[in-house]
Ligand binder design. Sequence first.
Ligand SMILES: CC(=O)N[C@H]1[C@@H](OP(=O)(O)OP(=O)(O)OC[C@H]2O[C@@H](n3ccc(=O)[nH]c3=O)[C@H](O)[C@@H]2O)O[C@H](CO)[C@@H](O)[C@@H]1O
Ligand SMILES: C=C(OP(=O)(O)O)C(=O)O
Length: 429
Amino acid sequence: MDRIRIRGGNALNGTIPISGAKNAALPLMIASLLTDDTLTLENVPHLADVEQLIRILGNHGVDYTVSGKRLATQASSGRTIHFTARTIVDTTAPYELVSKMRASFWVIGPLLARCHKARVSLPGGCAIGTRPVDLFIEGLQALGATIDIDAGYIVAEAKGGLVGNRYTFPKVSVGATHVMMMAASLAKGQTVIENAAREPEVADLAACLNAMGAKISGAGTATITIDGVPALSGARHRVLPDRIETGTYAMAVAMTGGDVTLEGTHSGLLQTALTALGDAGAEITDTSGGLRIVRNGGGIRPVDVVTDPFPGFPTDLQAQFMALMTRSDGVSHITETIFENRFMHVQELARLGARISLSGQMARVEGVPRLVGAPVMATDLRASVSLVIAGLVAEGETLVNRVYHLDRGFERLEEKLGACGAEVERISG
Ligand SMILES: CC(=O)N[C@H]1[C@@H](OP(=O)(O)OP(=O)(O)OC[C@H]2O[C@@H](n3ccc(=O)[nH]c3=O)[C@H](O)[C@@H]2O)O[C@H](CO)[C@@H](O)[C@@H]1O
Ligand SMILES: C=C(OP(=O)(O)O)C(=O)O
């Protein structure tokens, strides 16, 4: 099992190319199930989750070819992948595949819309909460699907096809919003989704679906209207930049000090998190080359944050921000409102000398003058990278175990940080 070794103490200076967003690439790839034509996606990141989804889609009959070559320093040259689902050969998504990745459950939307039936295993993924699928079930039922649960599978059917309807989510869900948009695109008549997720990845999926011939308006707001069409065609779409990768490296620079330009991204994707980072002492500016993060001298100020659906502070940056706050000049409070078990990094940060106490969904972080390197364990994707951020300033050596979590969502992390002066290396095996 690979590990990451970090020797802390170096400031970060230089340029980091930001990859295409994992959380946009996954639903976009799934949208290829909606058409028998070719969907070409540009700027697809090279990540374990993307490779896993390629296998899952292959099981349903999606062929793919890869073109385009990445240059080490160019974010703009991510992979271009052509996905073609000429025929759907299997409407079952088996446990062995779906249990490895939560987002793979989302195939239920396109399969139901195109084939009028789907049998999809209940999902797995990061153990950050119970993560039920009740909203998917309710939403698809509102479009006329009948849904049963059988031996760990959701069995969905829509004889005669899905029919548009008005549906209000009782709670904001990114995945359920993606699924409803894809399903309703091929439903008969109009669907209106209220209390929809407003994440940029939702708007990116809608833009791609519209390029495929869908009629979606309002994506990126809480009300999305979808006028169903009989069929979708192929399209070419570029995956938007990864705002979580952006925020992660921005926090790393705020932690170590230095001057780094995050190439190919911009502040509009994560305003709330950048405001918090600015309050903590980083200078953030949009430049023609990307987003520039500077912290030269001065301490890290304590800042309280509460995670919330977009445009709030993203839960996917909570662990990284906590790592930053471990070195602040005071006490900060970090409240997690999205996932009930997303504090697994607390115990690991403590190994490095962090002082954090938990009370329900709130962490109290008392900044300490120094962290000291130690062996730590990655428990989930974003928790893993919070340990890397802490390791960048810890004295001596930090060894992060179980980096397969990290490989789900961070492309060439050691290379990107290394190019800016960090001492980070992967130990294989
Ligand atoms: C691949 C991807 O894009 N993953 C992101 C997506 O996950 P994902 O789409 O799984 O997250 P959701 O937005 O659905 O989850 C938000 C909350 O709703 C709850 N819920 C969700 C569905 C449901 O049927 N019932 C229910 O109760 C969840 O348990 C959670 O408490 O959005 C999360 C919230 O921004 C991010 O942390 C993940 O990185
Ligand atoms: C939680 C995440 O992903 P997933 O929803 O795929 O588990 C994440 O990207 O931080």
